[in-house]
Design a protein around this ligand. Sequence first.
Ligand code: 0PR
Length: 385
Amino acid sequence: MQDEPIDREVILKELEEIHKLDYDYADGRILGSMCTEAHPFAKEVYCKFLDTNLGDPGLFKGTKHIEEEVVKSIGNLLSLDNAYGNIVTGGTEANIMAIRAARNHARKYKGIVDGEIIISEAAHFSFKKAADMLNLRIVEAKLDDDYKMDVESLKDSISDKTVAIVAIAGTTELGLIDPIDEISKIAHENNIYFHVDAAFGGFSIPFLKEIGFDLPVFDFSLEGVCSITVDPHKMGLAPIPAGGIIFRKEEYLQVMAVDSPYLTVKTQSTIVGTRLGAASAATYAILKYFGKQGYAKMAKEMMNNTRYLKEGLEDIGYELVREPELNLLAFNHPKIEAHELAEKLDELGWKVSVAKCPVAIRIVLMNHIKKSHLKELLEDLKEIY
Ligand code: 0PR
């Protein structure tokens, strides 16, 4: 750090220059991200709540009320009348909280000390972080031929040490929905905590279902489901960092509460202590601003773009890994290996990512990707072909 203060204009100019190194969502070139540009209204609200701290909610009763209302609204969207939970930094923190609740619950009520969690090969890597931090062993259930959790393999993976089963509504690599109703039954019959990671799909599946898309049930209407991750900062258009963890029962928060004696509340269940209320306020605002109709319209638009890209790719001769279920497409060139193709696209300015299971180019059709961008992309893909 330099000794003398620097003029704010000089600092801002320097930062702007550095910021130019970042890609801009609005250019439509970021094709492999589950994040997008937050809605301007959500950003405006976010800035108004930058000094709030939900780590000491007695001092910020208004913002705490906002967080509770957001959790209730999201719970409602997921067929739960009385939701408990928090707006956290993202899907990773939400998943860690769910697994911590499951582990502590199993320790308290079943005496399990060296527990296991069952995830599928398609689960997000945040569960590996959770298992590592919480000292749990990961048992990986196989995927079926359709890249979803294989139910028979899940059954074989259950042991008397299982503290949680995790299924996914919108997998990171392919955007697929696991057979959550069947998994819920298995979890319920075996009295095992069941967490659904809908970080990606949670803000589109409910709206798409409402306007007639034939998508499976994945939410709290299934009696086995104990918690759901759903991220406002992905399909919800809230600014980063905004993740959501929704619990069916308050006891899941209570089993991970620690004493916080000198604060305005005497226990705390979140991982983070001091935590910003801005994400809750921005999410509150954007939920109201869009309403179900607004989100449904946006989700439909993204599905239309997905179909447009799918048909364009097939016309050229690219091979889809599978029919898309949500706004995520994975495909391959019949001869060029995916990483090589990704490099060619990168040279042309397209930022795609490569899925691992199976290896394929992966495109997430978020809100910032418009038909005009897809048209250009298809032209380049035709040229490469
Ligand atoms: N669960 C699922 C199903 C996810 O896809 C992700 C993230 C998470 C949990 C974790 O969420 P947070 O990243 O909010 O903690 N999925 C994206 C991924 O890993 C995140 C991402 C977003 C990556 C934007 C790149 C990017 O540019 O692919």
